[in-house]
Design a protein around this ligand. Structure first.
Ligand code: DC
Length: 237
């Protein structure tokens, strides 16, 4: 594998609705960094599988599909609440990958080693040589274990369900606390119990519990850590 430069990557991992995207967006703005939400890749592959008629049970078929499609991540081009643009074969699918239908299917797709292997070089190359905030589940453990800063954001299931409900509501998607809670628990189990790259904090990650804490406060804590890493590096430490 080519030698890639990931020392300015900030890895942010953690379960769904722990506040990763909101924190990552503000952090990326403060640091002038690229924001790369890696969950968008798994979501785009899931959407592509529906469109191309590839079964969500066909792991090899999904891996072959990844070779045939083109997924691009760009800074947000429209002020409609999005954090990034996601393109699938040139089409803007930023919102099409965030429906309850994709929510329900994506963790199975993301659990296949074939799918994860196929998406690994894509993620490593996008982050190469960049100051980039990568958001996901296994960035600090598998995708970029050499990242300069690793953060694991956590929150209680109840708090995460409340946040997800507010987020869905703001997008006009009706749901209920119980449905959202059940879906989060199901996806947590899927993400943490899968054999390949399960969700867990890297041994050298800074674990932050976001329950009851203001976003600005968490962003400030991470930014201070990142800047101090950069300063030590500049001093050659
Ligand atoms: O963060 P999200 O809800 O957009 O993630 C969608 C799915 O993809 C979720 O089931 C976890 C999975 N995922 C993953 O396995 N590894 C990543 N680096 C990012 C997301």
């Amino acid at each position: 594998m080519a030698v890639l430069d990931h020392h300015r990557v900030i890895a942010i991992d953690g379960p769904g609705a722990a506040g990763k995207s909101t924190v990552a967006l503000q952090l990326a703005e403060h640091l002038g960094a690229l924001l790369f939400d890696t969950g968008a890749l798994y979501r785009a592959v899931t959407l592509a599988s529906l469109r191309h008629g590839v079964s969500g049970a066909d792991a090899d078929g999904l891996a072959r599909l990844i070779d045939r499609i083109r997924i691009e991540i760009h800074p947000a081009s429209v002020a409609d609440g999005r954090q990034i643009d996601v393109l699938l074969d040139g089409e803007d699918v930023t919102w099409a990958i965030r429906t309850p239908e994709i929510d329900a299917l994506v963790s199975r797709v993301a659990a296949y080693p074939q799918v994860r292997d196929a998406l690994l070089p894509v993620q490593r190359e996008i982050a190469d040589g960049k100051t980039a905030v990568l958001v996901g589940r296994d960035i600090g453990t598998v995708v970029i274990p050499e990242a300069g800063t690793k953060i694991y954001l956590d929150a209680s299931t109840a708090e995460r369900a409340r946040r997800r409900l507010v987020e869905l509501d703001s997008r006009g998607i009706a749901s209920s606390y119980d449905v959202v809670l059940h879906d989060l628990q199901r996806r947590d189990a899927h993400d943490s119990e899968r054999a390949t790259s399960p969700l867990r904090a890297a041994p050298d990650a800074i674990v932050i519990d976001t329950d009851g804490r203001a976003i600005e406060d968490i962003v400030h804590e991470i930014e201070t850590t990142v800047r101090s890493h950069w300063e030590s590096e500049a001093r050659g430490e």
